[in-house]
Design a binder for this molecule. Structure first.
Ligand code: FAD
Length: 383
């Protein structure tokens, strides 16, 4: 839902066909399970392998590594269709982990992990945040000490999406206890199945996104081969994260626009049907003005995010622009969804109404993947 004549410039006939496949799978294969997954706090494991069979996973990873062979337009279609249905089950993290491997892994890494990720046999998680270091990644304390051909990992992570059922972890660790913050961090890839000293802690209870698992992770003397480090040397982790976060931030920005578009659509339906003082709610000038403002802001957001998508496809999306998109579009999403809750009256506060779920699900977008305050810092540095 956006301006009636507007079509995203990155869409093509081919991505339109892909969209139909993705939509059909989501509607039949995922959406019917959403409520149950919310209760159990995670998706069924089979959801990943089914998504893999349908081509939803790693749509923008080259075919030689088992991916769909598309570009970010294909990934964007999947992000949009999931957001359209309000499905949040940690899907985006799979793509993010794959892109770390694609960008910094060796050929051996790519052939070992990406095809299994594309099939959904390996489910990815990314471990950056710790109890004492979220925004400040340089304060990461989890250590990886070199012992011969192995790193020995000690420490803990928190708020890790997919943490409990993931079996491939991209982990940010301190490989140098003495180097200054930016040069002390590295990224390791861990296959966690049966890994000694690795433990999944509590599944954390959240105010929204109930089907998306969020866990604590613990490491006590965990041994992983030095060869599982991403990149040719130690101390590149922070730069790798800062670089790859643009991809994650754009996906979040895109999901935010779609959520705002959906919120306007369902609210427009509601205010046409709901009567106050014997007339549809839409007849009140305030209702029209509220929705006009929401629609205008969301359309501006749509044009901006589409431009960012084109930039990413062309290999030109810079960190500052991705930060602007993540910051502004998630703020826009929350403003729009909140206004739509208000227009629903008491029904907007009832869990059974999609707008209420959108409200609870969208709030976190301003916090994670770098809080919006951190985004403004990044934008500010460019001035
Ligand atoms: C549902 C959920 C899923 C998540 N999934 C993952 C995951 O899969 N992997 C992972 O590693 N992490 C994950 N996170 C963690 C997330 O990225 C962090 O919560 C986020 O980066 C903020 O860190 P923090 O919670 O430690 O807050 P803090 O860093 O303590 O921030 C607190 C407040 O201070 C502000 N602040 C911090 N620095 C600055 C600054 N320089 N200038 C101005 N204000 C500032 C912040 O904006 C915030 O408002 C997830 C979090 C949630 C809630």
């Amino acid at each position: 839902m956006t301006s009636t004549t507007y079509v995203s410039p990155w869409m093509s006939e081919e991505t339109q066909i892909f969209r139909r496949t993705v939509r059909r799978f989501i509607e039949k294969g995922l959406a019917p399970h959403q409520a149950r997954w919310g209760e159990q706090g995670r998706p069924d494991r089979e959801a990943w392998t089914e998504a893999g069979k349908t081509g939803l996973l790693l749509a923008d990873v080259p075919e030689e590594y088992g991916g769909g062979g598309g570009n970010f337009a294909h990934e964007a279609v999947v992000v949009e269709e999931l957001a359209r249905t309000g499905l949040h089950f940690g899907f985006g993290i799979q793509s993010i982990v794959a892109h770390y491997i694609l960008a910094y892994g060796s050929e051996e890494h790519k052939h070992r992990w990406l095809p299994r990720m594309a099939r959904g046999e390996l489910v990815g998680a990314i471990g950056m945040t710790e109890p004492d270091s979220g925004s400040d990644l340089q304060a990461i304390r989890t250590t990886a000490r070199k012992e011969g051909d192995y790193y020995v990992i000690d420490g803990s992570k928190t708020f890790i999406t997919n943490g409990g059922h993931a079996n491939l972890l991209c982990l940010a660790v301190r490989t140098d206890a003495t180097a200054p913050g930016p040069k002390a961090l590295s990224l390791l890839i861990l296959e966690t199945q049966g890994l000694k000293g690795y433990r999944v802690g509590r599944s954390l209870r959240k105010i929204g996104r109930h089907a998306q698992e969020t866990c604590e992770l613990f490491f006590e003397g965990v041994h992983v081969p030095v060869a599982s480090r991403l990149g040719p040397g130690e101390g590149r982790g922070l730069f790798q994260m800062l670089d790859q976060l643009s991809y994650e931030r754009l996906s979040i920005a895109l999901g935010a626009v779609v959520t705002a578009e959906q919120a306007i659509e369902i609210t427009t339906r509601h205010v046409k049907e709901r009567k106050v003082h014997g007339k549809p709610l839409l007849d009140l000038q305030n209702t029209r003005f509220q929705l006009a403002q929401c629609k205008t802001e969301t359309h501006i957001g749509r044009v901006f995010v589409d431009n960012c998508i084109q930039q990413l496809i062309a290999g030109r999306l810079d960190t500052v622009t991705a930060s602007m998109a993540k910051y502004w579009l998630t703020e826009c999403e929350c403003r729009v969804v909140d206004a739509c809750v208000q227009l629903h009256g008491g029904y907007g506060y009832m869990e059974e109404y999609p707008i209420a779920r959108m409200w609870a699900d969208s709030r976190v977008e301003r916090i994670y993947a770098g809080s919006n305050e951190v985004m403004k810092e990044i934008i500010g540095w460019s001035l």
